[in-house]
Design a protein around this ligand. Structure first.
Ligand SMILES: Nc1ncnc2c1ncn2[C@@H]1O[C@H](COP(=O)(O)OP(=O)(O)OP(=O)(O)O)[C@@H](O)[C@H]1O
Ligand SMILES: [Zn+2]
Length: 781
């Protein structure tokens, strides 16, 4: 039995903490001061300078003089307030470095305040954020702003409390002739090693607050304001489990990892194990070793896998596990951050941003389901947690483990080039076979022709599975009832703000745009041509649910997609009911495709293998392969044999064939060949630049101009970079903005980085246009 955390109260002293304001603000400090006397030069040489970055897309590090009263307080990693720009407006920034010696002749402005008593992150994390800013072409300050949780900056979940201590050098207490209650209070404080709170004092002395007040007035006791945590998580109690006995493949993999660990060096190890091969058990036992060294481990998982099941799996094995997921309140997040930084946490399990967890002695990083695209952040800074983890592990001389049944081609290629090492688990645990996968050609299926979603073979297979007491998972990657409302004349009804067709949500009787928040009631007539006779085309999970209920009235059915799982905890609740076999058929989107480990699932049905395949995206084939392999992997995980049916209109499509034969290597060879011809990742580095404006002509002209200038610069510098585009983005209009994009590819990522840095300050972007650059983009829409 273990509590995840001790309920220790974190105490932070408050004095001199918040806003130490300098009186010495000096206006007009950028004025030229040409003739300097020797003493001015000497004074400049003595100055302490703080280097400050701001939450802006700028590279520049600004320098400020640190006034004498802050000399002892300033530390890199603290936030500071400084006058910025022409108007000297008071601006929050991060101090990233300090050094002694100003530049004689260039008068600098002075720092106005230090906002944090302690640095918000360690020197090594500060260095890592600098690396991220470089690698992902964003401002250092932007990275810092994003990496440090809001709750940590605000010290959420803490409050100020007054503590008392006895004054120094008091005469003997008995000579003071105090009233008995005051005597009791003072005596308590003299006996106590630590200052005490008012409530503690009154309880212990059996008095009210007035004796405390009187003692304070006489200066016999001294108040001290301190910041204390208001947190009180007991931590979930998990039943302790012993580590499993590894099979031979697992042990061999573990030994490889331990070897790197014991040699205290960095290596990235791809743990490429088929679904159900027991990768998690290998991580757990590697972490066990790390903990025995007094070090900590970080385990990154996709957000969707942060279910109580996963968490319990770790809590059952380790004494103190911190879980960082996106639903944490600011104060919980702050509290966890403190616990982690204090070294009290052995294992941090979390989604993407947990890669920044401030563990003091990191021993290992694991990324589970390495192929998941959610490890890439889709807003500035657009980092990929895998690359950040690799860099962090490299700097700390520790291994990084990437676990997956379907590695990304980027990761695979690194192992082929000898940069990373691949460790393969070919077999499922207990020699369970991988399930047989049947590709079902639905082109002439009589049910499909009658607009059903379940073809004849699928319907039969469900019947058979249910009859034998098995459970089924039906996967369809489209939520809503129907993705298209069709007008014979104008085609699909689209969102007024986006070039996206509206999806009919029957449960709410609304048409919804899946790209923005737009919703409307379903029109009787086409909004464009006003003709009646609109038709619903295509199937989403709601329509599939209706059909399943209709065809299998006796079965217990649950639908799992982001619409049905809005309530916090509902996802876990449904999974728990499925585990308990209170649900026979679970249908849903990718939410059900991944990571689930339910032994009684004997049938997996992929309702439509084609939806993803024909997306205008370089990785459409790869994603289709991943999804089919992952969802197929959910069956045959217990004693019962499982089977998988994949409905498709393209039964000969190689990607689908490879997935059906569990042939990752065949898939990889086929796909890599095409990528090579396309000069695409993983053979080349890619950056995508997106420009947007409300006026299409402006954004079009501006992207042409920018591309032209950039091409000229690339040519002048003789750099091996290709520029593809500009072109309208696949979704031209999104949230009212017209979007154009272009891509830069190069065999050397560094080249793109360098040219972009040179280019941006020179390009003079039109004010109406926004621009972002996405290094290693995973979303090309
Ligand atoms: N050595 C072992 N002996 C018996 N059972 C094991 C062993 N190792 C793992 N298992 C069990 O096998 C099941 C599958 O393991 P796990 O979920 O770790 O596989 P995985 O490789 O991560 O699968 P996936 O990639 O499909 O998520 C789990 O229920 C786990 O407890
Ligand atoms: Zn929209």
């Amino acid at each position: 039995m273990i509590a995840a955390f001790s309920s220790k109260v974190a105490i932070f002293s408050i004095w001199s903490y918040w806003r130490a304001v300098s009186e010495a603000r000096q206006p007009g400090l950028f004025d030229d001061q040409p003739d300097l006397s020797p003493w001015e030069i000497e004074a400049a040489n003595d100055q302490l300078i703080a280097e400050v970055v701001f939450n802006r897309p700028l590279d520049t590090v600004y320098r400020y003089i640190v006034p004498d009263e802050f000399r002892e307080l300033i530390q890199p990693g603290q936030r500071v307030r400084v006058p910025f720009g022409r108007g000297n407006s008071s601006t929050l920034g991060f101090c990233v470095r300090t050094h002694v010696g100003g530049t004689p002749g260039k008068r600098l402005k002075s720092l106005a305040e230090i906002c944090d008593r302690e640095p918000l992150l360690s020197q090594s994390m500060l260095d890592l954020t600098e690396w991220i800013a470089g690698r992902y072409l964003s401002g250092w300050g932007q990275v810092l702003e994003s990496v440090i949780p809001a709750g940590v900056k605000r010290q959420a979940g803490t409050r100020e409390i007054v503590f008392y201590r006895a004054a120094d050098s008091l005469p003997d207490i008995d000579t003071l002739k105090l009233p008995s209650k005051q005597h009791a209070v003072l005596n308590l404080l003299l006996q106590s090693d630590d200052p005490m709170r008012v409530d503690e004092l009154t309880a212990a002395a059996g008095c009210g607050v007035s004796p405390i007040d009187s003692l304070k007035k006489k200066n016999f006791i001294i108040p001290e304001r301190r910041r204390v945590s208001t947190h009180s998580i007991g931590g979930e109690i998990a039943t302790r489990q012993e580590d499993l006995k590894l099979n031979s493949e697992q042990s061999a993999a573990l030994q490889e990892i331990l070897k790197v660990l014991r040699e205290s060096r960095h290596e990235t190890l791809l743990l490429h194990g088929v679904t159900g091969s027991g990768k998690t058990e290998v991580y757990i036992q590697a972490i066990r070793e790390v903990i025995s060294y007094g070090r900590q481990a970080i385990v990154l998982v996709p957000e969707i896998s942060l279910t109580p099941q996963t968490i319990r799996r770790f809590r059952a094995r380790f004494d103190s596990v911190a879980v960082l997921h996106s639903h944490l309140s600011d104060s919980d997040r702050h509290w966890h951050w403190q616990q982690i930084a204090s070294g009290d946490v052995q294992v941090v399990v979390g989604a993407r941003s947990a890669v920044f967890a401030p563990v003091p002695h990191l021993g290992l990083i694991v990324i589970d389901e390495e192929h998941e695209t959610t490890f890439k952040q889709q807003s500035v800074p657009r980092y990929h947690a895998r690359e950040v983890a690799r860099e962090r592990a490299r700097r700390d001389n520790i291994p990084l483990i990437l676990g997956t049944a379907t590695p990304t081609l980027e990761t695979l290629k690194r192992t082929m080039d000898g940069e990373d090492r691949r460790i393969v688990l070919k077999e499922r645990v207990e020699q369970r076979p991988l399930p047989p996968v049947s590709i079902v050609d639905i082109r002439n299926d009589p049910f499909i022709q009658r607009r059903h979603s379940l073809g004849r073979a699928m319907t039969n297979a469900i019947q058979v599975a249910l009859k034998a007491g098995g459970q089924g998972i039906l996967f369809l990657n489209l939520r809503g009832y129907s993705p298209v409302l069709w007008c014979g004349k104008c085609k699909g009804v689209t969102c007024p703000d986006c070039d996206v067709s509206l999806t009919w949500h029957k449960d709410r009787s609304r048409l919804v745009c899946h790209s923005c928040d737009f919703e409307m009631e379903s029109p009787e007539r086409c909004p464009t041509c006003h003709q009646p006779g609109l038709r619903l085309i295509g199937t989403g999970t709601q329509r599939l649910e209706a059909e399943v209920i209709n065809k299998f009235p006796a079965a217990r059915i649950a639908r799992m997609d982001s619409d049905s799982m809005r309530k916090p905890g509902s996802h876990d609740e449904v999974l728990e009911r499925f585990r308990e076999h209170e649900i026979d058929l679970l249908l849903g989107t990718q939410m059900i495709a991944k990571g689930l480990d339910f032994p009684n699932v004997t049938l997996v049905g992929v309702i439509d293998a084609d939806t993803l395949l024909y997306q205008p995206d370089l990785r459409a084939g790869e994603r289709t392969f991943h999804l089919i392999s992952q969802v197929a992997g959910r069956t045959g995980r217990g004693d019962k044999q499982g089977r998988v049916l994949v409905q498709t209109l393209n039964p000969d499509e190689p990607i689908i064939q490879f997935a059906a034969h569990h042939d990752f290597d065949g898939f990889a060879k086929y796909e890599l060949k095409q990528r090579k011809v396309m000069q695409a990742p993983p053979f080349q580095s890619m950056a995508r630049v997106i420009l947007r404006a409300l006026d299409e002509r402006i954004v079009q002209a501006e992207s042409q101009r920018i591309c032209q200038l950039l091409r000229e610069r690339i040519q002048a510098g003789n750099r091996p970079i290709r520029v593809l585009g500009p072109a309208p983005a696949p979704i031209l209009r999104l949230r009212k903005y017209f979007r154009y994009h272009f891509q830069l590819t190069s065999p050397e990522q560094q080249q793109i980085e360098e040219v972009w840095r040179e280019f941006v300050p020179t390009m003079k972007l039109a004010a109406e246009v926004d621009m972002v650059i996405d290094m290693d983009p995973v979303d090309l829409r």
